[in-house]
Each structure stands twice: as structure tokens, then as C-alpha cells.
Design a protein around this ligand. Structure first.
Ligand SMILES: [Zn+2]
Ligand SMILES: [Zn+2]
Length: 289
């Protein structure tokens, strides 16, 4: 049985390519039973990648209307919230939306504010040259120190925000090779990531996110098989998402993700419900081929 849902989808309200209606149409073609929208919530900067309060209101209005009008598959209305979002925004998200994904997309200064280099925001998944320059100029060239800082800030943010879903937990891998930050097989790096995951045990559902595969940046999803296995041993639950920015790739890599869950020893995977319950679980089935 294929995984017929996706809880992490972006539209033209932020940096997605398609309208919500186009995404729903693609979900129908694929035979999805449910679909969740999670455009990037208010974070106060980089408005090309995120909404402000007014755009969030327009997003919410459109999505609630589509939710009411769509009866052949269940629509859920969420948000992808960067941990940098203010406390006020986080409260609003929990009051207004069906669920929240917490993600960390930026490098942070020691005081918790997002870091800049030469007047530009330093995204953890942004340009590798800029990230390399940041590490050289501010962290004595130590890519592992950046990884430690990234996971410390992200895990503290997750413990504070208590999201429904933990977004692309090891996103820093995207630039590990290109920015020559660290070897992801290095036991020192793996220990940092495993300790961070351990520190959020019991909080939220971990997504296995294929978005970077669809965009050609990665050959495997976030997170690694090792982290997925550790999360299972902690009693954690998982869902499969495509972090979809283009309807064409709505279920891209889902078979690979399902195989990884099998290899990591999972028997059950969560998907957005098709009725009143936010989550339903289904069996992890080994797919042939
Ligand atoms: Zn994200
Ligand atoms: Zn996303």
C-alpha cells in the first residue's frame, strides 16, 4: 500500500509554485485520502520565503474555504513555523491552525537572533559559499561547531514550541558536503545529532522529508536511517512528507521513505486523518522494486 497523504505542502502564498487548488487536484489524481497545507508562517524577515501577518490571514481564509468545499479528500490547514517566530506568533498559530510544523532554517547569533553576513540572512539550507564564509569568519572554520550550534538551538526551540511535527530535523546535511562543513559519517557529528534527537524525545511526530530529493539536492530524505532508528527506539512516531513546493512532486520519494522506515524497524506510520481525527496510523509495508 502506498502512502496517500502529505502533511507538508507549500503554495503561492509563500514560496510554493502552485495554488492550493492545483495541489488538491494533484492529490486527487494520486488518490490521496488527505492533504495538509503548511505555508511558511510569519517570521519577520525574508518575506519571499514566508508570510507576514496579513498574508497569513489571507492564506487562512482561502484554506478554510477550500477545506469546507472539498469533500472527496480531507484538507487540513497548518503552518511551517520557524523556531525564530515570536512567542505571540506561536500562540496565534496554535489558536488558528489545525497543526504546526517546527523547523529551523537559519543560523543564529548567540543571543538567538538570526545571523547576517554582509547584510544577508544566513540560511542553513541557503547558499553553501555564504555558509562556508560564515563558519570561517565567525566559527574559526569549525563546521562541527556550526552543527552543534544548529542542533542546540533547534532542539531547544522544539522543546519550547512543542510542535505537532518536527520539520526536516537534519537539514544541515544539505550543505555538509558542498560547504565542506563535516563528514556526516563522522562519529562526532552523528553523536551531536543523536543527542539533539534524544533531547526532544516524546515531543511531536518526526517527519521523513523527501523535499530535497525532489529538488535534486539530496539522494536520501531527512533524517538519516540512523536517526530514524534511534527515534523508533525512543518510542517516537513518524510521518512521510514531500515538503512539496511543486504539485508535480507531491508524492516524490515516498516509496524510498517507506523502505527506509521498514529498514529502521517501524511497523506503523502516521498520516493525516481522513475524518475528524488529525492523525491515523497505518502499517508500514515493504514495497517491491
Ligand atoms: Zn522547511
Ligand atoms: Zn517546508
Amino acid at each position: 500500500m502506498r502512502f496517500l497523504s502529505n502533511a507538508h505542502s507549500h503554495t503561492i502564498h509563500c514560496d510554493g509554485k502552485n495554488t492550493a487548488a492545483e495541489m488538491i487536484e494533484k492529490a486527487r489524481v494520486l488518490g490521496f485520502t488527505s492533504l495538509g497545507f503548511t505555508d511558511h508562517g510569519e517570521q519577520g524577515f525574508e518575506f519571499a520565503y514566508s508570510m507576514d501577518e496579513a498574508r497569513e490571514a489571507a492564506y487562512l481564509e482561502e484554506m478554510r474555504t477550500l477545506q469546507q468545499q472539498t469533500d472527496d479528500l480531507r484538507i487540513w490547514v497548518g503552518v511551517e513555523e520557524d523556531i525564530i517566530a515570536s512567542a505571540e506568533v506561536k500562540i496565534r498559530h496554535r489558536q488558528q491552525l489545525d497543526y504546526v510544523i517546527s523547523s529551523s532554517h537559519y543560523v543564529h547569533n548567540p543571543d538567538g537572533t538570526p545571523a547576517q553576513l554582509n547584510g544577508e540572512w544566513v540560511a542553513i539550507d541557503g547558499g553553501s559559499a555564504m555558509l562556508r564564509s560564515y563558519v570561517d569568519e565567525r566559527m574559526d572554520g569549525d563546521g562541527l561547531a556550526l552543527a552543534k550550534h544548529y542542533y542546540d538551538v533547534f532542539s531547544a526551540g522544539i522543546r519550547q514550541a512543542k510542535p505537532d511535527i518536527i520539520g526536516h530535523f537534519d537539514l544541515i546535511r544539505k550543505n555538509a558536503v558542498k560547504a565542506n562543513l563535516f563528514d556526516e559519517k563522522d562519529p562526532a557529528y552523528r553523536r551531536i545529532a543523536l543527542d539533539a534527537l534524544e533531547s526532544v524525545r516524546g515531543i511531536g511526530i518526526l517527519e521523513i522529508n523527501t523535499g530535497a530529493m525532489a529538488r535534486g539536492y539530496m539522494e536520501t530524505p531527512y533524517p538519516t536511517l540512523e536517526l530514524l532508528g534511534a527515534w523508533r527506539e525512543m518510542g517516537g512516531q513518524v510521518t512521510i512528507t514531500s515538503d512539496c513546493h511543486n504539485a508535480e512532486y507531491l508524492s516524490f520519494g515516498f516509496d524510498t521513505a517507506m523502505k527506509m522506515l521498514c529498514r529502521a524497524g517501524y511497523r506503523r506510520v502516521l498520516r493525516l486523518g481522513s475524518g475528524d481525527q488529525l492523525w491515523q496510523d497505518e502499517r508500514v509495508v515493504l514495497l517491491r522494486g
